[in-house]
Design a protein around this ligand. Structure first.
Ligand code: SF4
Ligand code: SF4
Length: 376
């Protein structure tokens, strides 16, 4: 295996790319113990910290691309080490050389050419027309930001349309800018493509400002995370909520009234809603108003990642290494008929795993908004 550059030079390169976090590490090994990869294969963030401190991190090794940025390690690290930053630093060095894994190259190309990871940008305007959604014109209270996944992947389209229908039912004033929005850039940033992230973010920020946007409601926790925590560094200050927060408030205010019991449900916390942003209660309040909510193993702060963060949603994961397979089995063990998600990446992965684990007779996958719509 090739070593990026031995000793001091290697260390300096990693530090310049943001990998100086390794200096804080005192090698307790907690991160390796809690990292979900170790259920399916050996993977050691602790060793990576050790190697990084010696300037010996083998960034061209496949392991550089494994981290799903689930945040489990960071939530447990006694030294507060920003462990994800180390992986992203290694990826940044590779991204500068264009040394992406083969399956990520097409995604990066599409993001550069089309402004989204999936396909022709013209589909965005068509999608807005197909669903007859109002264009944001500066007079509405909210911009509803539709995640690229919901526009280009049929598995998650229903999440976005359910949110829009619920907002219309509750007479919330909102519009979309789907035709001019580009990808939020959260996941591509985790692949080390810092310049691409900055250019996508700048395009959205300029677009939002030009349209007079003040408040944004997102479908994806990944869009939520980057708008709320990362866009302010680029002069993009907006009030941002995830759709589960807004829907929970609309129920509290009596503007949405679930009346039907939709049965036994279990909820999977998305990493970028839960661990990264501390939003655990609002989705549960909505679900408790719709049916019988039962918790599965490893819930809330302990939630097992679906495997789609950190850009992994665009990379092939071997069947025997998919975390979502574990997750759907955990969901089925509760006896719930419905596994409820709140993130397009979770939706894609869980739907695939329900099929490949032969659970489609027992378990359906829905998102919080689809479920609430059914319960009205
Ligand atoms: S948990 Fe933190 S201190 Fe312990 S080995 Fe991992 S990075 Fe180092
Ligand atoms: S963020 Fe998640 S996948 Fe990445 S090293 Fe930490 S625990 Fe492992």
């Amino acid at each position: 295996m090739e070593v990026v550059s031995p000793f001091l030079e290697g260390l300096e390169m990693l530090e310049a790319a943001g990998g100086d976090v390794a200096r804080l590490c005192y090698q307790c090994g907690t991160c390796t113990a809690v990292c979900p990869w170790n259920r399916v294969r050996y993977f050691s963030p602790r060793s990576a910290m050790h190697d990084a401190n010696l300037g010996l991190l083998e960034i061209e090794d496949e392991k550089t691309w494994l981290c799903v940025s689930c945040g489990m390690c960071e939530s447990r690290c006694p030294r507060g080490v920003k462990i994800i930053t180390l992986w992203v630093a290694g990826r940044r060095l590779l991204a500068e050389m264009g040394a992406y894994p083969a399956d990520l190259k097409a995604t990066i190309g599409s993001l550069k050419a089309e402004g989204n990871p999936y396909g022709p940008k013209e589909k965005r305007a068509e999608w807005m027309q197909k669903h007859n959604l109002p264009k944001f014109d500066g007079t509405q209270d909210w911009l509803l930001f539709i995640c690229c996944a919901s526009i280009y992947d049929a598995k998650t389209e229903g999440m976005a349309t359910a949110v829009a229908k619920l907002l219309q039912k509750a007479e919330v004033s909102f519009g979309v800018l789907t035709d001019t929005d580009v990808c939020c850039g959260e996941s591509v940033r985790k692949t080390g493509s810092e310049e691409l992230f900055a250019s996508l973010a700048q395009r959205n920020i300029e677009n939002f400002k030009k349209a007079g946007v003040k408040r944004i409601v997102t479908i994806s926790p990944h869009c939520y995370h980057t708008f709320k925590n990362e866009y302010p560094d680029l002069d993009g200050d907006f009030e941002v909520v995830h759709y589960t927060q807004l829907l929970a408030k609309l129920i509290e205010e009596g503007r949405l009234r679930p009346t039907k019991n939709v049965g036994k449900l279990t909820y999977h916390d998305p990493c970028y809603l839960g661990r990264h942003n501390g939003i655990y209660e609002e989705p549960r309040r909505i679900l408790s108003a719709c049916g019988e909510l039962v918790e599965m193993a490893e819930t809330g702060e302990e939630a097992l990642c679906c495997g789609g963060g950190g850009g992994r949603i665009w990379m092939e994961t071997k069947k025997e290494e998919r975390f979502s397979d574990w997750r759907v089995r955990q969901a089925a063990e509760t006896g719930a008929q419905t596994l409820v998600v709140a993130c397009p990446y979770c939706m894609m992965n869980m739907k695939d795993s329900v099929l490949t684990e032969n659970l489609e007779e027992k378990l359906q996958v829905m998102d919080v908004a689809e479920l609430l719509l059914e319960a009205l």
